[in-house]
Write a protein that binds this ligand. Structure first.
Ligand code: C5P
Length: 222
């Protein structure tokens, strides 16, 4: 059977991580959460007082930082300098600054090397913003997940509540719009659908429905 990589891109809260993990479990693939890498670097910058809008300093910080993903699909963990930060990177504080981190070319180039290395052996599902356009332009299957802003905000709201975190729907709604705008407008590798990506609108689909659509497309490629 042919080994393939699956690129899953899309805006915040479109269901990429849940769906990507589900696909990875079903196909027995590695799950690579590229957003978690930008989140981990943002967390380190917040902790060390590094200015997130300074591209040179952020690139230097990344070069002296270890970010390790455990992508066995059943557990998806992120280690920052060997500390498990899987929970710590999912705060509204990190949400509000991560697009600054991700805008720097130097940071993106370093991340790209790491991400391509992780995907080199194929059989990986990568979830991000620029996987199909920049990181793996030759990925055998590219998906662009979208959903209405209302639905995406509602999902984030429920997710925060489930984790026992304070959540305000209006604030989440505004934050999602703001983050998408920054991710779409940035100069380097903006959030954009690859020309050969299959767009799936998840607004009215269940998670198992989306996973089965993607795994069916993957089966056609292997
Ligand atoms: O996917 P997640 O919401 O965790 O991503 C957090 C942020 O990381 C995004 O808003 C975006 O700014 C950045 N990101 C990116 N490129 C990727 C993955 C994430 O710029 N491939």
């Amino acid at each position: 059977m042919r080994k393939i990589n699956i690129a899953i891109d899309g805006p915040a809260g479109a269901g990429k991580s849940t769906v990507s993990k589900g696909c990875a479990v079903q196909l027995d693939y590695t799950y690579i959460d590229t957003g978690a890498m930008y989140r981990a670097l943002s967390l380190k910058a917040l902790r060390t007082g590094t200015p997130l809008d300074d591209g040179e300093k952020m690139t230097e910080l990344l070069k002296s930082t270890s970010i390790r993903l455990v992508g066995n699909p059943k557990v998806s963990e992120v280690y920052l300098d060997e500390e498990n930060v899987s929970e710590a990177i999912r705060t509204s504080e990190v949400d509000s600054v991560v697009s600054l981190t991700a805008a720097h070319l130097g940071v993106r180039e370093e991340m790209a090397v790491k991400q391509r290395r992780l995907a080199a052996e194929k059989s990986a599902v990568l979830d991000g913003r620029d996987i199909g356009t920049t990181i793996l332009p030759d990925a055998e299957l590219k998906i662009f997940l979208i959903a209405s802003v209302q639905e995406r905000a509602l999902r984030r709201y429920k997710e925060m509540q489930e984790r026992g975190k304070p959540a305000d729907y209006e604030e989440i709604y505004e934050a999602i719009i703001h983050r998408d705008e920054l991710d779409k407008a940035r100069e380097h590798s903006p959030l954009k659908k690859a020309a050969d990506a299959v767009e799936i609108d998840t607004t009215v689909l269940t998670v198992p429905e989306v996973i089965s659509k993607i795994t069916a497309l993957a089966e056609e490629k292997v």
